[in-house]
Ligand binder design. Structure first.
Ligand SMILES: [Fe+2]
Length: 419
């Protein structure tokens, strides 16, 4: 052997990977209007597309493809967010939006009168200042099939989803209605890696941290007018370009920078806004006065996922656990000495048997808590995600559960995760 050799670089970020100065530099860019000739205007670095204008001038697939190129560029390496003004043009969709809002209101009223309501969790809002509909996509379909069909037939929704995710995507939706007095959220990034805590997040290799943003598209459709004082979402343009951002958004200096530099745009009923899930953002505060015409700010939050986020084959956990539980418990209690390694599997910290117990559990049960049913499995009080099957199995080992008990618990988890 000759020439220069060196060990492989770390696949993971470390504590010094995060740097506020780099972040500030990235976020100080200005949107170049010549890159986005099809947009109508640019406001606070955010390109705004006027859908009625585009409908008049854009009919060929060539033009649509150019438009999709612009959107993809914005999300990928541009400001990270754009507005589709009149995506649900009231001239055409007025009755659909109004029927949809009626369906939402009746879902909210039904859920608020049910006994399960008080246990309902929300990622961010404290109880009472907002109305949230989890799984609004399915609930809308069951409550009012007619408006559901019209609403999700909007070709602009398909155009924007396809631009970022390709043709095989899956739509989910949650409704958020924020009353006057509702506070702002803390800035954050979204699904997938916006959910685990920083330490767990750090163990996802760097390329996967970058890949997450390509698998999901975040959107919102305004179901009410949203003047600035109603608190439309706050964004920090270009912040999706910061590679270690999933490790940075919880840090105080990044939050302060966000608070000093965010932008937000007023929206009207039927406008759409789409953004890269890695963009730093936060819902704003509704500071309107209810005694002076103040109203609820209502948005249908769209989360659209790429097909690649799914496995090729499905695995049923229960029969596998039934088959192996006694062996696993004996391995855990015996060789591993009642210890299961943590997710980092660091050999310096854990014995080989403890790592083997972990490896087996990770291979066999679902370590990922989604898709789930957030009505039945609200985020745990200290976190943003419900327990995964893996969390339950670890708890079962640590608490010495028998086979019958683990089966019941996993069965319950699976039942409660269904739509
Ligand atoms: Fe968010």
């Amino acid at each position: 052997m000759n020439g220069h050799t060196s060990p492989a670089p770390s696949r993971l970020y470390n504590a010094s990977s995060v740097n506020l100065e780099e972040f500030k530099h990235l976020c100080s860019r200005t949107t170049d209007p010549t890159t986005y000739p099809l947009c109508d205007s640019i406001s606070h670095n955010v390109p705004i597309y006027d859908i009625p204008t585009l409908e008049q001038s854009q009919t060929s697939s060539n033009n649509l493809s150019s438009l999709q190129d612009e959107w993809h560029h914005i999300l990928h390496s541009g400001p990270g967010v754009f507005v589709l003004r009149k995506m649900y043009n009231p001239a055409k969709y007025s009755a659909v939006l109004s029927a949809t809002n009626t369906a939402y209101d009746s879902i909210i009223a039904t859920e608020q009168s049910s006994s399960a309501f008080s246990s309902k969790g929300d990622h961010f809002a404290s109880g009472g200042t907002n109305d949230r509909i989890w799984s609004a996509f399915s609930k809308h379909a069951l409550a009012d099939p007619e408006s559901f069909v019209s609403y999700y037939s909007n070709p602009w929704l398909a155009a924007v989803s396809t631009a970022w995710l390709g043709p095989g995507y899956k739509v989910t939706a949650q409704v958020n209605a924020v009353h006057p007095g509702g506070e702002a959220q803390a800035p954050h990034r979204d699904y997938h890696l916006g959910f685990p805590d920083e330490e767990r997040c750090r163990h996802y290799p760097i390329p996967l941290q970058l890949a997450s943003q390509f698998l999901t598209l975040q959107g919102a459709v305004a179901h009410s007018d949203m003047p600035l004082e109603s608190g439309p979402t706050r964004y920090l343009p270009f912040s999706q370009c910061y590679a270690p951002g999933y490790l940075a958004w919880r840090r105080d200096e990044f939050k302060s920078f966000f608070e000093a530099n965010y932008i937000s745009l007023p929206l009207s009923l039927g406008d759409g806004v789409f953004f890269n899930p890695a963009l730093f953002h936060a819902a704003g505060a509704n500071v309107m006065d209810p005694a002076n015409g103040g109203f609820r700010r209502v948005a249908n939050l769209l989360q659209i996922s790429a097909a690649m986020g799914k496995t090729m084959e499905s695995v049923e956990t229960l029969p596998l656990i039934q088959s192996v539980w006694d062996l696993l418990v004996s391995k855990y209690k015996g060789e591993a000495g009642g210890v299961i390694a943590d997710s980092d599997m660091d050999p310096a910290r854990w014995s080989l048997p403890a790592r083997e117990v972990r490896a087996f559990v990770q291979a066999v049960v679902e370590a990922y808590p989604f898709p789930t049913n957030l009505d039945k499995r609200p985020p745990a009080p200290s976190g943003m995600a419900p327990e995964s099957e893996l969390d339950v199995v670890v708890r079962g080992l640590e608490e010495g559960w028998g086979r019958e008990k683990i089966m019941l618990e996993i069965e319950q988890l699976q039942r409660d995760s269904r739509a």
